[in-house]
Ligand binder design. Structure first.
Ligand code: SF4
Ligand code: SF4
Length: 433
């Protein structure tokens, strides 16, 4: 794509990066074919190619965003299916991040939208606050028929129960036998409130295989949520804090990896090096790169670095398992083969979901902010799952678990729960027979 940025514009490192990305696009439109919002809305500006034009126009002409542009940028799920499809290697991930930052800097949203985004940005990364609000929501749930539709939609996603972790609140979990390696585990913000069993299974499977697990108690939200809202300053504050903390731990304990079992967060951690590529302190840039390099999805690490002891049992029931590949995992991190390979080793029948490259509609806070599109995507995902008729579904992201469970009674597990069970851990409570 031809670009017409002026020399002084290109002196801005952010514009410089985006200009290089834009120049790679050859307008072929192949990305539109796998874009969920283009499929649903059928409008050029609701697909990646249209969004690329909108971003180019804003940046090149130094134009502020307006309501129309903001609508099309906001409708993007950041699912990155277009990234996988694009034959020219257009780095849409970083372009849309720049687009969102530009919108946030130049456009004043209507008051309700601003309020909603600010509340989500404060509440979701804070587990204590999130739990408090969830408890309060449960008290007022019977009166929710009086609330406006946006609030009703949010309440739908609030947890009704708060299961307890079965493990102590330790900063370090040591294996019973010899320590083979040491890792840090990111336990997630909302995840530890609504699904502590995911972290329990992660710790159990790791320690059973000789891996010492460190959990930094004061680590903050990975920054993903605010980063994808274009709230750059608040995201950077959280990320800078985390980089320093993890880097200190890495140096002290000689960590082998930082493991993530929420793939949305993993994608952001792997991007820390890029996010801080222009940081004025070269030492900090190096630290950010190191944290990205150390970050692995837990299934990626188990597949590449550990030989798991799967329990052989010809008597064990063979389940039909549908694997839902979270977008952040398959498109954002390009981690797909590894979890499928591990799941196949359990001896169950593993099926990939038809049209598995299309998002379920979860996408961070997308299902809260764009409920109509998210609901349509959920309907399509559930239809495709039903074609397989599985006993249960597994996936590597708590957001997808929550979203898909809104559309079906089929149990949904985190991949790590199944792997833990089949390597000597306990059977997940959600599997009845
Ligand atoms: S597929 Fe790639 S090159 Fe083609 S229009 Fe989309 S982003 Fe541009
Ligand atoms: S990230 Fe997903 S929703 Fe956004 S343009 Fe790409 S394919 Fe479409």
């Amino acid at each position: 794509m031809q670009t017409n940025f002026k020399k002084n514009q290109l002196e801005n490192p952010e514009i410089n990066t985006s200009e290089k990305i834009l120049r790679k696009c050859v307008h072929c439109g192949m990305c539109n074919a796998t874009c969920p919002t283009f499929q649903i809305l059928g409008d050029e500006l609701s697909g990646p190619r249209g969004r690329i034009y909108l971003i180019k126009d804003m940046l090149e002409n130094n134009k502020p965003a307006n309501a129309k542009i903001t609508k099309h940028i906001d409708q993007c799920l950041s699912c990155y299916a277009c990234l996988t499809t694009c034959p020219a290697g257009v780095d849409y991930l970083h372009l849309i991040d720049h687009g969102r930052n530009h919108v946030e800097r130049t456009y004043k949203r209507p008051i309700f939208q601003r309020l909603l985004r600010n509340i989500l940005a404060i509440v979701l990364p804070n587990p204590v606050l999130f739990k408090l609000i969830a408890v309060a929501t449960n008290i007022f749930r019977p009166l929710m028929f009086l609330a406006p539709s946006n609030i009703k939609n949010m309440v739908k996603f609030m947890p009704k129960e708060f299961p307890k972790s079965k493990l102590p609140n330790n900063p370090v979990f040591k294996p019973k036998l010899k320590v083979v390696s040491k890792v840090a585990l990111l336990t997630g913000c909302v995840q530890k409130v609504i699904s502590p069993e995911i972290n329990d299974s992660s710790i159990n499977i790791l320690t059973r295989h000789g891996i010492e697990v460190h959990i930094l108690k004061d680590i903050k939200c990975c920054g993903s949520l605010t980063h994808h809202m274009g709230k750059e300053a608040s995201a950077h504050k959280l990320i800078e804090f985390n980089i320093k903390k993890w880097h200190d731990l890495y140096e002290k304990e000689n960590l082998d990896a930082i493991l993530v079992n929420t793939s949305g967060c993993g994608t952001t951690l792997k991007d820390y090096g890029f996010i801080f590529r222009n940081h004025p302190d070269p030492k900090f840039r190096k630290k950010a790169k190191m944290i990205s390099k150390l970050t692995k999805d837990i299934t990626e690490y188990l597949d590449e670095s550990i030989k798991l002891d799967f329990i052989e049992s010809s008597k064990k029931k063979k389940y039909r398992v549908a694997y839902h590949s979270a977008c952040s995992m398959q498109h954002g991190q390009k981690v797909h083969e590894q979890p499928v390979k591990l799941l196949n080793k359990t001896g169950n029948h593993i099926y990939e979901i038809p049209d598995g490259h299309i998002c379920c509609g979860s996408a961070g806070t997308y299902n809260l902010m764009q409920p109509e599109i998210a609901e349509e995507l959920l309907k399509r995902k559930v239809n495709n799952i039903q074609k397989i008729n599985p006993d249960f579904v597994t996936t590597g992201n708590v957001g997808c678990i929550k979203q898909i469970s809104m559309g079906t009674k089929i149990p949904i597990l985190h991949t790590i729960e199944l792997l833990d069970w089949y390597t000597g851990g306990k059977k997940p409570d959600s599997i009845k027979s």
